[in-house]
Design a protein around this ligand. Structure first.
Ligand code: GDP
Ligand code: MG
Length: 166
């Protein structure tokens, strides 16, 4: 199995931390330099099951300008070209307008979307399900996967779920 997975989410939700944890020593490509393609490669994960190419899709955040609006449209098109979208959110911060903006744009995209609820090490277990429901009431996710990218909780389960969709 192999495929392309877009990693999206507000700044500071833990996208880089997840990449560092998942790719770890096995970094094939990891660059913070802007690239000319619409989808920038963040890293490539390979194991006996297959290969996952993680992509960064800039511009899906709330636009600050007219150029921003164009970027959002371009980003939506880029998201049509991947096999799966991981929408990372911060369990500790909760659902905010930045998340809402992204979900509204994802409604225009046909690619399946996972809700990846990160930083579960920072929330009480009783608070997790109500938080997840806040998101599920606003968007139809293919899967919901709670993780801690920092501690590595449930990240292997996330990888296995990703492979099912590739
Ligand atoms: P990005 O902007 O989405 O790439 O977010 P970063 O990966 O840079 O993470 C932002 C901050 O959140 C950093 O200080 C991370 O250490 C912290 N962080 C990321 N994941 C977790 C997590 O699972 N648990 C906790 N407690 N902190 C996290
Ligand atoms: Mg980052």
């Amino acid at each position: 199995r192999s495929g392309f997975v877009a990693l999206i989410g507000r700044p500071n939700v833990g996208k880089s931390t997840l990449m560092n944890h998942v790719i770890g020593q096995k970094i094939a490509i990891m660059s913070d330099k802007p690239q000319t393609t619409r989808n920038k490669i963040r890293g490539v994960y390979t194991d006996e099951t297959g290969q996952i190419v993680f992509l960064d899709t800039p511009g899906i955040h709330k636009p600050q300008s007219k150029l921003g609006e164009l970027l959002v449209r371009t980003s939506r098109n880029a998201l049509e070209e991947v096999d799966l979208i991981l929408f990372l959110v911060d369990a500790a911060a909760g659902a905010g307008p930045g998340d809402q903006f992204i979900m509204e744009n994802l409604k225009e995209v046909k690619t399946p979307v996972f809700l990846v609820v990160n930083k579960i090490d920072q929330v009480h277990p009783d608070d997790l399900l109500p938080l997840i429901d806040q998101y599920r009431n606003r968007f139809s996710f293919a899967e919901v996967v709670p993780i801690s990218a920092l501690q590595g909780n449930n990240t292997n389960a996330l990888l296995q779920q990703i492979f099912f969709y590739l």
